[in-house]
Write a protein that binds this ligand. Structure first.
Ligand SMILES: [Zn+2]
Length: 321
């Protein structure tokens, strides 16, 4: 009997669920809003409903599902599998694995979204070519995943990979975590939007504002303005590139990776403007020993990276994870 795997990428704004064959062919996907303000029980109920939807879409039976894995925003305590003090989901303490396993009446795999993403990239994006790999997502926030010697590295209790909270500029803007000048407070979509809004408030940023249909400016409008040659938009992106490269140089000095893969909405949306200056600035700031082996790439898995990670987690659970 054919076997299928279900992956769920639980995000702050949407729940993306997919059903796939073990070779990574995603057959059907379902996307519903997270609506985390309704509370954890409601979100988890809708997550289960979304699993039912893809099972029905694929026309398969529940006993043909060989495994279910869920990617969740952190902080995520491991191995207890508890989401703790999550700013994105506004959850204080949710034993997510236990709650979902009870609802679905079977054991499921849960891990932090960035851990799932780096697994997806390691197994499906790069096909295990690189044993020392870092993944950085630049999106509304900034996070990361670490592969060392071909194994996912979680740290002592699940807290490794918080690249977004590396302090890059101690006097910089306040971060959501409470500290100042974290990478996330400098290069995330939220940070770039804030910078553009400040420019406009000071009577500048006309080129960026002109790209907006409704007066709201986001990463998309900044990108459009920069592509039209607007110098303020270009400066804003170049500053973000320098901060991102500084963070990456710190990581290169610590981990000596073979590859750093970038993903997330900001990295995808601004890839033509961000990747090259970031790489150039990074290369100026690392030792030649690190540089000669290092590759920088944009993930080719797009928004499905979390789903691919879930598939990988089911396939390799207990075998090196
Ligand atoms: Zn922070």
């Amino acid at each position: 009997m054919a076997e299928y795997i279900i992956g769920v990428d639980l995000g702050a704004t949407k729940i993306l669920t997919g059903i796939a064959t073990p070779d990574g062919n995603i057959l059907f996907k379902n996307k519903v809003p997270t609506l985390s303000s309704r509370g954890a029980a409601d979100v988890l109920d809708r997550l289960c409903k979304s699993i039912e939807t893809v099972v029905q879409q694929a026309g398969v039976d529940f006993n043909q599902i060989s495994g279910i894995a869920v990617a969740t925003p952190g902080p995520f305590a491991y191995p207890e599998a508890i989401v703790r003090d999550s700013p994105n989901l506004e959850w204080d303490y949710v034993p997510i694995k236990e709650e979902l396993s009870r609802r679905l009446k079977r054991d499921i795999i849960v891990d932090k979204d960035t851990n799932m993403a780096v697994l997806g990239e390691y197994y499906f994006g790069q096909n295990k070519r690189y044993k020392q790999m870092l993944y950085i997502t630049v999106s509304t926030g900034v996070g990361g995943g670490i592969i060392i010697d071909g194994q996912l590295y979680r740290g002592a209790n699940g807290g490794a990979g918080e690249f977004g909270h590396m302090v890059i500029s101690p006097d910089g803007p306040r971060c959501g975590c409470g500290h100042r000048g974290c990478l996330e407070a400098l290069v995330s979509g939220t940070a770039m939007e804030r910078e553009a809004a400040e420019l406009i408030l000071q009577g500048h940023g006309r080129g960026i504002l002109a790209c907006s249909a409704n007066g709201q400016v986001g990463v998309k409008e900044i990108g459009i303005a920069a592509r039209k040659g607007d110098s303020e938009a270009r400066d804003l992106i170049n500053r973000a590139s320098q901060y991102l490269a500084t963070g990456m140089a710190n990581l290169v000095n610590i981990f000596n990776p073979e590859i750093i893969v970038l993903g997330g909405g900001v990295a995808f949306g601004l890839s033509d403007l961000l990747i090259e200056p970031t790489t150039a600035f990074l290369h100026k700031n690392i030792f030649s020993l690190h540089q000669e082996i290092l590759k920088i790439e944009l993930s080719r898995l797009g928004e499905d990276i979390g789903l691919f990670g879930c598939i990988a987690a089911v396939l390799h659970n207990g075998k090196g994870l």
